[in-house]
Write a protein that binds this ligand. Structure first.
Ligand code: ADA
Length: 547
């Protein structure tokens, strides 16, 4: 964040709903006959409940001059108009986009954000109708407006190099009018002497020493700040000194072996959709810490700045990934899909690069990576992430398991597997061997010479449990608890696994009659807590093991 003033445009906006098909609706003639909250999902308001179409938001803003408008995340696509002129498009859900434009003379102006939640069924679509999480329409995250300066920081990365000396590499890429930007002054934690980073063509990179360095870890989530001053502008970033690595096939954090035990979490709530209130995000982290979890996989899209800040400050480790789900080979080889994935993965990485909580970056959850033709895209996405930060670990959740043809591009082999739930085996009651046989098979695969140096994770595993259904049979809380308990005990005892991320934190909205799976009442019920975060039996069992 720069230290300049931001106008937070959260609050009440005028609203109009245009039923599908309305993807390219003309917003100039709309009657705004309703109202909606920002952030918020319009398709959770009673009048538009689960409807598809365009939700058009309008408000007046007192502003003028060169402007910078940031939409931190909307869905599933959006167009932004200032005084009825299109100033930009948000092409992907959950992405943070900044639009720079001339706001005109100082005074009252009209801002319209038209979001649309209709499905695009083309191969290049980034949010397909078969994804197993609800494609809500709305402005999910904050919208802010600020005065644009002559130049802005397109990239500002602070990457720890040596956690004991406090050496960090700072790299800066400015855009705009950078002619007079010849050096940046760098000040850590608002103290000591400023250090100088020389700039050429608005760019520079150098190693700097943080005075009085403190280590970031889940137990001691110590943060530092860097103020970077250039010609009267100050960019402030928070960062942490920590080192994540794979040594001989195992994860290490700050030189110590690390076992990840955690969950997949949709940043979602049945009443608020993806506009999850801060207090609920906090409560979720409380609950997970109470259970003894140390890691969240932010499935299956980029996380909000607010959530990553929270994880930085509370010491919760995070796997962050770009938006995708089960994409087939036609999509993976489609130039439009490839371009969208590359663009959004790059954006995600530059957005979260300074968050110490993010130890793993991922992409393409459960894509058809059993094909050689998927390799080109997987290679390019892993290269984008390594270029953004060569010290972070790269992975993706594969359900192609031992058939996967793209695992050579990752540091951590991560498997999504559902033994004792999907597949041949239809026993009504859980038996340990249904899980342990599979976990052992994957360990053996990971011990092959070509995989031996990569860390191994279970990135998803689980079973449905209808809250309140008891008895030990499938769909009961006990069946799920028996299964999850078996996984956690196995992984804790295993020399080979660096962790397990259980599917999933809480029950989450998807579709009834999803093409791939059966979803009772339109919810995925594999949560350890129910949709309103009431613990199920599995939450209590895992808590007992971990505490
Ligand atoms: C997949 C997928 C999840 C969810 C899960 C399930 O592996 O990655 O998003 O759909 O399975 O519940 O079946």
């Amino acid at each position: 964040m720069s230290t300049k003033e931001f106008f937070d445009l959260s609050g009440l906006w005028e609203f109009a709903f245009l039923p599908a098909p309305a993807m390219d609706a003309d917003v100039s003639k709309i009657q705004f006959d309703s109202f909606a909250p920002v952030p918020g999902c319009f398709d959770l308001l009673p009048d538009y409940f689960l409807k598809r179409g365009s939700g058009v938001y309008r408000r007046q803003v007192e502003f003028g001059g060169p402007a910078e408008l940031t939409c931190e995340g909307l869905g599933i696509r959006g167009k932004i108009y200032w005084d009825k002129q299109l100033i930009g498009e948000a092409k992907a859900a959950f992405a943070c986009d900044t639009f720079r434009f001339d706001a005109g003379a100082e005074g009252t102006h009209e801002l319209i954000i038209a979001v649309n939640n209709e499905f695009d069924d083309s191969n290049s679509s980034l949010f397909h109708r078969n994804y197993d999480f609800y494609a809500h329409g709305g402005i999910y995250r904050k919208v802010t407006l600020t005065a644009a300066e002559d130049f802005y920081a397109e990239e500002l990365k602070i990457i720890p190099q040596d956690i004991t000396t406090g050496d960090v590499e700072i790299s800066l890429k400015l855009c705009g009018n950078t002619a007079n930007c010849t050096a940046a002054e760098i000040l850590f934690d608002r103290q000591g002497e400023a250090q100088i980073l020389p700039l050429a063509d608005g760019q520079g990179k150098g190693i700097f020493r943080v005075p009085s360095p403190r280590l970031w870890s889940p137990e001691t989530p110590e943060l530092h700040t860097a103020e970077i001053r250039i010609n009267g502008q100050t960019f402030t970033r928070t960062f942490g000194l920590r080192k994540i690595e794979v040594i001989d096939g195992k994860l290490f954090l700050n030189g110590k072996p690390l076992k990840l035990i955690g969950v997949n979490r949709h940043d979602a709530h049945p009443d608020f959709g993806y506009a999850v209130p801060f207090s609920i995000r906090c409560q979720d982290i409380h609950l997970l810490k109470k259970m003894g979890a140390n890691c969240i996989r932010g499935c299956h899209y980029p996380q909000s700045e607010e959530f990553l800040d929270l994880c930085d400050r509370t010491g919760m480790l995070v796997w962050e990934e770009s938006l995708a789900w089960g994409n087939n080979i036609d999509a993976l080889t489609d130039p439009g899909f490839q371009e969208g994935q590359q663009r959004e993965t790059r954006k995600m990485s530059l957005k979260s690069v300074n968050h110490p909580c993010v130890i793993l970056w991922g992409f393409l959850n459960e894509a058809e990576t059993q094909y050689d033709s998927a390799r080109e895209l997987v290679h390019s996405l892993s290269s984008i992430l390594r270029e953004a930060d060569p010290t972070r670990l790269v992975t993706f959740g594969s359900n192609k398991l031992v058939e996967d043809r793209c695992l050579d591009f990752v540091d951590v082999i991560s498997f999504n597997t559902y033994p004792a739930w999907y597949g041949e085996d239809q026993d009504q009651f859980f038996e340990d061997k249904n899980i342990t046989t599979e976990l052992r098979r994957l360990e053996e695969f990971a011990n092959k010479p070509e995989n031996r140096n990569k860390a191994l994770l279970i990135s998803e595993i689980g079973a449905e449990a209808l809250p309140g259904l008891h008895g030990g049979q499938r769909w009961s809380e006990e069946y799920q608890a028996d299964l999850q308990e078996c996984v956690v005990r196995y992984v804790l005892a295993s020399e080979r696994y660096s962790g397990a991320l259980l599917w999933q934190f809480c029950d989450s909205r998807t579709y009834i009659g999803n093409t791939a799976q059966m979803r009772a009442g339109g919810f995925n019920h594999k949560g350890l807590v129910d949709r309103h975060r009431n613990p199920k039996e599995s939450f209590r069992r895992i808590s007992k093991i971990l505490n």
